[in-house]
Design a protein around this ligand. Structure first.
Ligand SMILES: *[C@@H]1O[C@H](CO)[C@@H](O)[C@H](O)[C@H]1NC(C)=O
Ligand SMILES: *[C@@H]1O[C@H](CO)[C@@H](O)[C@H](O)[C@H]1NC(C)=O
Ligand SMILES: *[C@@H]1O[C@H](CO)[C@@H](O)[C@H](O)[C@H]1NC(C)=O
Length: 315
């Protein structure tokens, strides 16, 4: 307005000629940006220049607006027309134009009405845990926080409808929540998972990436029995995992046969990465090829060592 006044002072003839031409000028108007379903919307189309009488007409998306249930237009005075939508809904969204015309011409201004919550679903974002390794169970919730039930839930993986495989299942917990469960993740589980919730008004979808951490195959450090074992001595070897992801399972073999913990021979997991084999008193029967096998969810490794009591040849 200040600018207009300044221009009017500098160039009075321009304003004068515009005013004199008598063509209407409408003040811009706007709808509130905070309109929720059920609220009342009202805008005023006010002529600020021009000679009455004016004729006002209203358009929605280019079509003449007809007073009907809930929508009314009314001239407040010679210069002002008022549009009222008593209860906005999704259908109210649109571009509303006011036209004011007189004998000299017309002006138009428009405003866009956009209902904040038109009843379409809104889903809260969800995420998979970042530290998923093969074999773990994971689960995400797709929860609708806005919108009117009933909702249809659809799960997609990389854009394709998710097929409920052996380890993948979907369950609707309540009217607003769908639960995706993968009971054992593996490399095939990797992907972009999308939950789509729709109702009669529209749909929303949110996606999350699932990325299974690659597991390492176990690697065992080579081990050896002492070459100085005499009958009656104590032999001990250490099966140490130097690479791979827990949990590990340790197994011991002698000449290919699973070793049994007996009097005189014992093996023991000392921690998650180590197992210790002890033969408390070696004798001729102790000679053999001892193997430690370590297995995890990814694979296995084994290392062997020959025990040969001094003076008693192996084989
Ligand atoms: C709204 O309607 C006016 C007048 O018909 C048009 O000029 C304008 O581009 C429309 N705006 C939108 C956002 O549709
Ligand atoms: C996941 O899928 C959604 C929906 O198709 C897409 O919008 C999004 O960009 C995808 N995200 C990634 C990281 O690929
Ligand atoms: C010991 O057993 C392992 C595994 O069965 C085998 O690969 C290796 O050749 C054997 N060593 C000897 C010296 O027999």
């Amino acid at each position: 307005m200040a600018v207009l006044l300044n221009i009017a002072m500098l160039f009075p003839f321009i304003v004068k000629s515009a005013a004199e031409s008598g063509v209407p000028k409408i003040n811009p108007f706007h709808f509130s940006g905070e309109l929720d379903v059920g609220m009342r919307a009202s805008v005023q189309c006010a002529v600020i220049y021009g000679d009455p009488p004016f004729e006002f007409s209203w358009f929605k998306d280019g079509h003449k607006l007809i007073d009907n249930r809930g929508v009314s237009t009314r001239n407040i005075d010679d210069f002002t027309s008022n549009l009222v939508i008593s209860k906005v809904e999704a259908d109210s969204n649109g571009n509303y134009t006011c036209r004011a015309s007189n004998s000299k011409g017309f002006d138009e201004k428009f405003a866009t009405l956009s209902v904040k919550d038109d009843g379409t679903p809104k889903i809260t974002p969800f995420h998979f845990p970042g530290e998923l390794t093969v074999g773990m169970r994971t689960s995400v919730l797709c929860a609708v926080i806005y919108g009117h039930p009933p909702f249809d839930f659809t799960w997609l993986k990389d854009g394709h409808k998710l097929s409920e495989a052996r380890s993948t299942s979907v369950k609707n917990i309540d009217d607003f929540t769908s639960n995706l469960v993968i009971s054992k993740v593996d490399a095939d589980s990797n992907g972009n998972y999308t939950c789509r919730a729709s109702n009669s008004k529209g749909l929303d979808e949110k996606s999350a990436l699932l990325s299974v951490k690659e597991l390492g195959n176990p690697k065992i450090n080579p081990f050896h029995f002492s070459g100085e074992l005499d009958v009656g001595m104590r032999a001990s070897v250490h099966c140490a995992v130097i690479y791979g992801d827990v949990p590990f399972e340790f197994m011991w073999f002698k000449d290919g046969q699973p070793l049994i913990d007996t009097r005189g021979i014992s093996f023991r997991k000392t921690d998650e990465y180590n197992s210790n084999l002890v033969i408390s008193k070696v004798d001729a029967d102790s000679n053999g090829n001892y193997t430690c096998r370590v297995t995890n969810l990814k694979g296995s490794d084994e290392k062997s060592a020959v025990l040969s009591v001094k003076g008693i040849l192996y084989e």
